[in-house]
Design a binder for this molecule. Structure first.
Ligand code: GDP
Length: 490
C-alpha cells in the first residue's frame, strides 16, 4: 500500500510539472532534446557538432529549414535550469577545432540552450508562430537511464537478480572476487561502514570489469556505480547486493538492514529525482550507439548491443506497472537511434551500417514491447574525421578512407604518431546483413570481424574564400536534425 501511495504522488508531481512546462511553452516555444547513449557512444561530440553547424551555417542540405534559407540566426542563451551544469560547449569546440583533439566525454548530466530564429515556410504558421525556437539539449549518461527498472524492485529482488547475472558463465570469472567476498560476510552481523565499503568497492570493480571486457558486456545497474557524477563516496552509493537471509527479515542494526536502507535511499534520492526532473520533461530523444565498436569486437558484442538498445527503449515505453514511465513515454514523441562514427567506413558501407542498425532497432522494439513514439534509425558521423580515396593494388582499385590515426593506434604492427595522414582500407560490411545476426545468435562461432577499426584525430577544418574556418564536417547530421527538430521549424 505504501508503495502505491508513493508512486501516486510521483505521478501527480510529474503530471503537474508536465502541464506547467507545456503552458510555459506556449509563450516561448521550447523543445527539450535528450541526448543519451552508453559511455563513449559519442554524445559530447554529437552535441558539439550539432551546435557548431547550426551556429556557423554548416552544410546541412537535408535539414530543410537551413537548406531553404529560413534560419536567420542560431545562438546560445542562458539555460532555464539553474541547478543543472552547463554543457561546456566552448571548451569542447576549442578541443575539436583548435587542438584537433577529442573533447572530454560525458560524466554526468549537463544542459545547453540553443535558440534558433527562423521564418516559417507557410503563411499561416508565420501568423501564429513567434519565429523563434529554443532547443534545450540535455546530455546524460545512458547508464543512469538503465536504473529505471530498479524502481520496480525491492532490495531482495535486486540482490537476487544481481547474483543470478553474476553467476552466468560469461560473467562468472569477472564477478568471482566479489562473490567470494560476499560469501565471507555475515549479513546478520552488526552494520559496519568498512564492510559496506569493501563490498561496494568490490561490486563496482566487477561492474567495471564487465564494461572493460572485450566482449563488451552490457551495463548493469546501479548506473551511478560506474558514472557517479557528484555522488562519489556518498552513503547512497555505498551498498552492494547481499545473499538472501534464510530466516526472513534482517535484524535492525545489521549489515543487511543497512544495505537495504541505502538501496532504498539510492532509489529515492538518486533514481526518482533524476527521472522526475529530467527524463519526464523531455520531448525528443536521440540514443547514440557505438555500432562500429561492436562490429569490430565481433558477433557476441552485436548481440549484447541489441540487448542494451532493448533495455534503453524499454525505459521509454508506456509502463505496464503504471509508475513513472507512463508520463514521459507520452511526452516523448520521437526517438532517433543513431549509430555514429560512420566515418570509419567508406560511404559504400554507410547504407549497410544503417540497415544493421535498423535490424538491431527492430529487434529491440519488438523485444521491448515498444509502442508509442515514432522511432527512426540512422548511420551518421557527428564529426567526419576522414575523407575518401582509392588506392591501386596491382590491377585492383580499392576504396580507402584517409585520416590521421591517433597517436599510439596500430594496424598490423605499424604504430602511428598522431601527425601523419594515412590511407586505410577499412573492410566492407557484408551485403547480406543477416549473416551478422546469425553469427551473433551462434555464440560458439567467433569469425573475424568484418571491419578494421582505427581511431582518427578530428579533421583539420577547411577555410572559405575569406580565410574563415568552415564548420565541422559530418555525415548525415542534417538528417538527424531534420527528424529531431525539423517539424518545429516548418
Ligand atoms: P560520450 O561518452 O558519449 O560523451 O562520448 P564522446 O562524444 O566523448 O565520444 C567518445 C569517443 O568516440 C571520442 O573521443 C572519439 O574518439 C569518438 N567519436 C565520437 N563521435 C565520433 C565521430 O563522429 N567520428 C569519429 N571518427 N569519432 C567519434
Amino acid at each position: 500500500m505504501a508503495t502505491a501511495l508513493t508512486s501516486f504522488t510521483d505521478e501527480a508531481k510529474i503530471a503537474f510539472d508536465t502541464l506547467s512546462g507545456r503552458a510555459a511553452g506556449l509563450f516561448s516555444p521550447s523543445l527539450r532534446l535528450g541526448v543519451t547513449g552508453l559511455s563513449r557512444a559519442g554524445k559530447t561530440v554529437f552535441i558539439s557538432a550539432l551546435v557548431h553547424n547550426l551556429m556557423h551555417g554548416g552544410r546541412l542540405p537535408l535539414f530543410e529549414a537551413q537548406k531553404s534559407g529560413r534560419i536567420s540566426r542560431a545562438y546560445l542563451e542562458e539555460q532555464p535550469d539553474d541547478a543543472v551544469p552547463r554543457f561546456q560547449y566552448e571548451d569542447h569546440i576549442a578541443a575539436l577545432v583548435d587542438d584537433r583533439a577529442w573533447p572530454d566525454s560525458t560524466r554526468a548530466i549537463s544542459e545547453l540552450r540553443l535558440t534558433i530564429e527562423f521564418e516559417s515556410a507557410s503563411g499561416w504558421n508565420r501568423l501564429i508562430s513567434s519565429g523563434k525556437l529554443s532547443v534545450d539539449i540535455v546530455d546524460y549518461p545512458g547508464e543512469w537511464l538503465l536504473d529505471l527498472p530498479l524502481l520496480g524492485k525491492n532490495y531482495a529482488e535486486f540482490s537476487r537478480d544481481a547474483f543470478e547475472l553474476a553467476e552466468l558463465p560469461v560473467r562468472a570469472g569477472l564477478s568471482r572476487d566479489w562473490r567470494r567476498l560476499a560469501d565471507t560476510v555475515d549479513p546478520r552481523a552488526d552494520a559496519d561502514e568498512m564492510a559496506a565499503r569493501r563490498l561496494a568497492e568490490s561490486f563496482t570493480a566487477y561492474l567495471r570489469a564487465c564494461k572493460l571486457d572485450e566482449r563488451a558486456l552490457s551495463t548493469l545497474p546501479p548506473g551511478r556505480f560506474l558514472m557517479p557524477g557528484d555522488l562519489e563516496g556518498s552513503p547512497a552509493l555505498t551498498f552492494a547486493p547481499m545473499r538472501r537471509l534464510a530466516d526472513g527479515r534482517p535484524r535492525s542494526g545489521s549489515l543487511h538492514a543497512m544495505m537495504e536502507r541505502r538501496y532504498e535511499a539510492y532509489k529515492t534520492h538518486v533514481v526518482k529525482p533524476f527521472f522526475r526532473e529530467h527524463i519526464a520533461r523531455l520531448d525528443r530523444q536521440i540514443v547514440l550507439i557505438d555500432a562500429m565498436q561492436a562490429l569490430n569486437a565481433g558477433p557476441g558484442a552485436v548481440a549484447d548491443l541489441e540487448r542494451s538498445v532493448t533495455d534503453i527503449l524499454a525505459c521509454f515505453r508506456p509502463g505496464r506497472r503504471g509508475f513513472l514511465t507512463d508520463f514521459f513515454s507520452r511526452r516523448i514523441d520521437r526517438i532517433l537511434i543513431a549509430a555514429t562514427k560512420a566515418d570509419h567506413l567508406h560511404h559504400e558501407s554507410h547504407d549497410r551500417l544503417q540497415a544493421i542498425v535498423r535490424r538491431l532497432a527492430d529487434g529491440a522494439i519488438k523485444r521491448a514491447d515498444f509502442t508509442g513514439a515514432q522511432v527512426d534509425v540512422l548511420a551518421m558521423a557527428a564529426v567526419r574525421a576522414t575523407r575518401e580515396g582509392t588506392v591501386r593494388q596491382g590491377r585492383e582499385t580499392l576504396p580507402v578512407i584517409i585520416g590521421t590515426p591517433l597517436m599510439g593506434e596500430t594496424i598490423g604492427g605499424e604504430s602511428f604518431d598522431g601527425k601523419t595522414e594515412t590511407a586505410i582500407f577499412p573492410g566492407d560490411l557484408p551485403a547480406r546483413i543477416d549473416s551478422i545476426f546469425e553469427e551473433a545468435a551462434d555464440a560458439k562461432r567467433q569469425p573475424e570481424p568484418p571491419i578494421r577499426f582505427v581511431r582518427f584525430r578530428p579533421p583539420k577544418l577547411e577555410r572559405d574564400a575569406d580565410g574563415l574556418k568552415l564548420s565541422l564536417p559530418h555525415i548525415r547530421l542534417d538528417r538527424a536534425l531534420q527528424f529531431l527538430i525539423g517539424d518545429h521549424l516548418a
